[in-house]
Structure formats: structure tokens, C-alpha cells
Write a protein that binds this ligand. Sequence first.
Ligand code: ATP
Length: 241
Amino acid sequence: MLQVVQVEKYYKKNKAVDGISFEVKAGEIFGLIGANGAGKSTTISMIATILKPDRGDILFEGTSIIKKPSVIRKDLGYVPQEIALYTTLTGLDNLLFWGNAYHVPKEKLSLRIKEISDMIGFDEGILKQKVSTYSGGMKRRLNIGAALLHQPKLVVLDEPTVGIDIVARNQILDAILKLKEMGITVIYCGHYMEEVEKICDRICMLHNGKVIDICNKEELLTNKEINLENRYLQKIGQANL
Ligand code: ATP
């Protein structure tokens, strides 16, 4: 579905992404992990066409999104790390706003809002409350819901569980697994290893802007002596030699 080919990105002289390549297959949850500064956000910002690579290409269903960003935009749901909600508005008004921003046809929007609210566990009462009254976990769930209104084929989430409690975190992970059940492809960016291990089908490790490993769930399950965290630390050790 998505191919990242030899991509490089600089911020002035700082090479944030250093020739990375990986492929995301349709229907999978693809994890992108790495320490702070590894290049995760820069990579997904390029996939979301917010940033342009300096070198390399990114293909969505075979077409370059560098040359033609519109091919991915209508099929992409991007959930940024920062909450993109208007806190003085209600949850419902936020969904209406984002539905219009994503050009969801008016006649479809109420139904989509109902479907999304069910999925993120929001009833009518919650929807009518101002976002400023929501907990951190509720804001994160609504932030995800807003990115799903236009029925994207690919959803990219940038650290969606940062700063929330374990209950809210599990609700978000369940919502992500539901996306996969619905046939939606997910790129999940994070650094909580247990979460990534739990939900991702394949995992790509970034370190200093480079891919240091790509592994799948089966590999991790068959080799029980080494969990994702140990494997990651091992790979970082090798990369730093
Ligand atoms: P985090 O987990 O902290 O979000 P990350 O893996 O997402 O980290 P990036 O945010 O992509 O990593 O950062 C990669 C490198 O690029 C880092 O060295 C960072 O300091 C640098 N960088 C990121 N954004 C900018 C920017 N807007 N201007 C200059 N340098 C940047």
C-alpha cells in the first residue's frame, strides 16, 4: 500500500531522516518505534504530506505522493501528537468542524459522527459537553475520531497514548485494533514497547534517522527469550558500534 524509498530529510544541516526504506502492507498495523529524536515524527509528517523529503520517494498505491500529494490526502487519516481540538467547543461541534474540513458530504456526516462516536465510546451526553471538560484520554479518543470521519484507508497515529492513564490507553489500543478489523491500514508511531508489541503486525525500528530493524509479530512470539525491548536495545547497540 505504501512504500518509503531511500528517504532523506534535513532541518538545515541536521539530517533527521537518513535514507530510510520500508513498506506498509494493506490491512496491517505497522509500528514505527525509536527514542526521542529518532526521526519518527519527521517520517510520518512526510507520509502525511506535511513535509517534503529532500531525497527519495514515497509511493501510495504505486503513485508518488511527492509528485502528487492529492493521491494520499483523501485516503489518509492523520492523528498528530498534539491534540487538534477546539476546547471551547463541544465534542460534537469539533466532529462537525473536522467533518467539513475533510469534505464529508453533509448528508453523510451525521451517520459518520454516530459511527465514530460508537467506536470511540462517546454517547450523546459526552458529545454535548465542551472539550475543556474532557479527560486527557477522552481528548485523545476524540482526536482519533476526528481523523476517521472521511473513512480513510490509511490511518497514521503519532504517539496517541502519551500522557494518559492505563485505562484510557487500553481503550485507545482497542480502538486501533477495531480499525484493523474494519480493514483499515494503520501506522502506529510510539515508544511504549509493550503497546507496540501488543498491537502491531510488523515493527520498524528507527535510530538516528536510520532503519535499524524490521521484524514481525511471529518472530517475536517464536523467540520468547527476547522481547521487543531487548531486541531494540540489542539493535541500537549494534548500530552504535
Ligand atoms: P519524539 O519521540 O521526541 O517526537 P521523533 O522520533 O519523532 O522524536 P523527530 O521529531 O522526527 O523524532 O526528530 C528527528 C530529528 O530532527 C531530531 O534531531 C530533532 O531534533 C530534529 N527536528 C525535528 N523537528 C525539527 C524542526 N522543526 N526543526 C529542526 N529540527 C527538528
